[in-house]
Ligand binder design. Structure first.
Ligand code: ATP
Length: 248
């Protein structure tokens, strides 16, 4: 996303010249208060909104240049799980494998792996209505991880997940990242991002107010104490942006 300005009305854009790059093999955390513009940025990346100016490129192309390449190069996991009521967990994964034309043998092996990672082996034949919210979220994540596209966009994945599932998810994401995927992860759970994200982008009122490694973001916020956390840094950055004086 390069110098993107856009939103829901031409007169009042939500995003102002926002540039976000997610390189292969990198996990970028997108953070910001409620209403900062994270979901709006994601909608632009998904091609659901048209920028007023600037552009989004995935796998080197804009949506206009190559619709198929653009769309097939990313997978999106929304905050609210949306599943087909008549398909079991296993059938969802099989459907995804078919839709993305994955090799059958390796897809089956990967499904077993994902079922174990997310402790979902016993729920593989269950229908969505019989699953808890966290389990539905796991199914969405398993589908995205099965495909492992060049870019994975994940919106607030930790809410509703139990501690072991959060750990399993972070481990899976780490594997996918190490395998060369680019991951953009929007979340309010800052300790998870502090430990796992390679880079952070801090959005405030539709503008980037800090970015860099978690350590660099802490420094930009003036949090130099060894025990200062990303939560501390975030609070400082928002306060500084509201006061109009960034320390960085
Ligand atoms: N469908 C919409 N129509 C008009 N304005 C919208 C719409 N969706 C969001 N907005 C506005 O755009 C701004 C950014 O909202 P956005 O949903 O991108 O925030 P967010 O950072 O994802 O917040 P949250 O953490 O609460 O999910 C807010 O001012 C919001 O009111």
């Amino acid at each position: 996303m390069k110098k993107l300005t856009g939103g829901y009305s031409l007169r009042r854009p939500v995003l102002h010249e926002v540039s976000i790059t997610v390189n292969p093999g990198e996990m970028v955390g997108l953070i910001g208060l409620n209403g900062a513009g994270k979901s709006t940025a994601i909608k632009h990346i998904l091609g659901l909104m048209v920028p007023q100016s600037g552009e989004v490129r995935i796998a080197g192309v804009t949506l206009e240049e190559n619709r198929d390449r653009y769309r097939s190069s990313s997978a999106y996991v929304p905050e609210q799980p949306s599943l087909f009521p008549n398909l079991t967990v296993k059938e969802h994964l099989e459907w995804t494998a078919m839709a993305y034309d994955l090799n059958k043998g390796s897809a089956i092996a990967r499904m077993d792996e994902l079922a174990q990672t997310f402790r979902m082996s016993e729920a593989m034949n269950a229908l969505p209505d019989t699953l808890s919210k966290g389990m539905k979220q796991k199914v969405m994540l398993m589908n995205a991880l099965l495909v492992s596209p060049p870019l994975l966009i994940i919106d607030e994945p930790f809410l509703g997940l139990d501690p072991l599932a959060i750990r399993g998810l972070l481990t899976s994401l780490e594997e996918v990242r190490a395998g060369g995927s680019a991951i953009l992860l929007s979340s309010h759970i800052l300790p998870a991002l502090e430990r796992r994200a390679n880079r952070l982008v801090v959005l405030h009122r539709g503008r980037i107010i800090a970015e860099g490694s978690p350590q660099a973001v802490k420094l930009q916020a003036g949090c130099t104490e060894p025990d200062s956390t990303l939560d501390d840094a975030f609070e400082e950055l928002v306060a500084a942006a509201e006061g109009g004086t960034l320390r960085a």
